[in-house]
Ligand binder design. Structure first.
Ligand code: ADP
Length: 447
């Protein structure tokens, strides 16, 4: 087991990892920018190192500073959290070259899944269902037209190097294809320095369903069920549920087993998420995230398994503590992402939190790094906390969520709490009847 873990992140996820390490009796090192000197993860860690000025590129993304912090403190492993360097293959390689364990998969697996065309090709080879589309990048309009005619309109053109929902264009008919192709190419070139694009069938009312997997790096893989993250705004997840209100247990085990076998065959090590669009009973792979996700907490709620303990165990060579037959799904869980944002326009709302009071009681978990009097720096992501609610079934979970949202007080800044108070009373949400466009339409209607 590791002696000392350096946590290369900030905010609630740094605290989340720190808690897991402490439970396992492992020393912790926090790193922070000058803007985060008063942050909770810094206060609670055994040691802390300032790694630079506020902008992320000079601190949380500064690989040299982080490796130096490991050497100064004698940390033997790094947990990257999510975001920042968590899917940076070069970072994983550099740590390995310094004999420091990266708590995550190999640099090569990160690299494969970071390239969308390569990821899709690999998924297909491993038996994962993918969206019908071009085999790799399309070279010209003629090829694009041929592929689109084959799979049928509407189609979506996506950047091979894409991310964050950028560089995607929909063509409803062949008449739109020429312009869509040209704009997607130009946007991809400008955003990613690579204008390679590929074509997929455009699904009209899909849900976003993702499967949590774990590999031991030595040929074993398990799945921990799925999460439904269809409630999104600008491709950002807002509300997540486990299990999905749309799947039955046969579908759950079918897609789960496919994913578990795929990661076993890949020799994948650690936690990962395989993301799908789901429509009319079919799953279509969109991407794999090779890290812990923000919404891992709802999987923890319904399985009772601490995913960060498991990540640390696997990375330290201790293997998985769980077999597929040990994993049981109990009840229902929902996570609401509390952002420091205007609940309607989503404009960031940094400032000082004058009062912070979290809900409690059975089935309630709040993961947050903030406190009364905390000043939110303007440099980073606006997530200030996550409310995770568990109940024996979805109805009980929703009742408890409504009550918990009423108890939650954040004064001094705007947050997304009022949006959740609206959503929890909405009949479509109560029925679990929504697709990936539902939230945007709802927000447009209530403007
Ligand atoms: P990124 O890596 O840029 O986030 P993804 O491939 O994960 O790109 O897709 C982001 C989002 O775009 C999906 O969650 C979905 O809303 C939409 N999308 C992607 N591919 C399709 C498709 N084939 N049909 C319909 N919507 C799609």
């Amino acid at each position: 087991m590791f002696q000392k873990i350096l946590i290369a992140n900030r905010g609630e996820i740094a605290l989340r990892v720190l808690r897991a390490a402490k439970e396992l009796g492992i020393q912790t090192v926090a790193v922070h920018s000058t803007a985060d000197a008063d942050a909770m993860h810094v206060r609670l860690a055994d040691e802390s190192v300032c790694i630079g000025p506020p902008p992320s590129r000079d601190s949380y993304l500064n690989i040299h500073q982080i490796v130096a912090a490991c050497e100064i403190t004698g940390a033997d492993a790094v947990h990257p959290g999510y975001g920042f360097l968590s899917e940076n293959a070069k970072f994983a390689d550099i740590l390995a070259a310094h004999n420091i364990t990266f708590i995550g998969p190999s640099g090569d697996h990160i690299r494969i899944m970071g390239d969308k065309i390569e990821a899709k090709r690999t998924a297909k080879r491993l038996g994962i269902p993918v969206v019908p589309g071009s085999e790799g990048a399309v070279s010209d309009e003629k090829e694009a037209k041929r592929v689109a005619a084959e799979i049928g309109y509407p189609v979506i053109i996506k950047a091979s190097a894409g991310g964050g929902g950028r560089g995607m264009k929909v063509a409803l008919t062949e008449a739109d294809l020429e312009i869509a192709l040209a704009t997607a190419r130009t946007e991809a070139g400008a955003a990613f320095g690579d204008d390679a694009v590929y074509i997929e069938k455009y699904l009209q009312k899909p849900r976003h369903i993702e499967v949590q997997i774990f590999g031991d790096g030595a040929g074993k893989g398990v799945h921990l069920g799925e999460r439904d993250c269809s409630l999104q705004r600008r491709h950002q997840k807002v509300w997540e549920e486990a299990n999905s209100p749309a799947l039955n247990s046969e579908e759950r085990s079918r897609i789960g087993d496919i994913c578990a076998n795929a990661v076993a065959n890949l020799g994948y090590s650690g936690a990962g998420t395989i993301e799908f669009l789901y429509e009319n009973g079919e799953f279509y792979f969109i991407e794999m995230n090779t890290r812990l996700q923000v919404e891992h907490t709802i999987t923890e709620a319904i399985t009772g398994i601490d995913l960060v303990h498991e990540q640390i165990r696997v990375a330290s060579g201790g293997g998985l503590s769980i077999k597929q037959s040990d994993i049981r799904f109990q009840g229902h869980a929902i996570e609401c992402r509390i952002n420091a944002e205007d609940p309607r326009t989503f404009a960031p709302s940094p400032g000082t939190i004058t009062h912070f009071h979290t809900p409690g009681g059975l089935g309630i978990r709040v993961d947050s790094g903030v406190y009364s009097g905390y000043r939110i720096p303007p440099y980073y992501d606006s997530l200030i906390g996550k409310l995770i609610v568990h109940g024996r079934n979805r109805v009980e979970c929703m009742m408890r969520l409504r009550r918990a949202l009423d108890e939650f007080v954040v004064d001094g800044i705007n947050t997304t709490l009022p949006l959740f108070r609206d959503l929890v009373g909405n009949p479509d949400i109560a029925n679990g009847d929504y697709d990936i466009h539902w939230l945007e339409k709802y927000l447009a209607k209530s403007e």
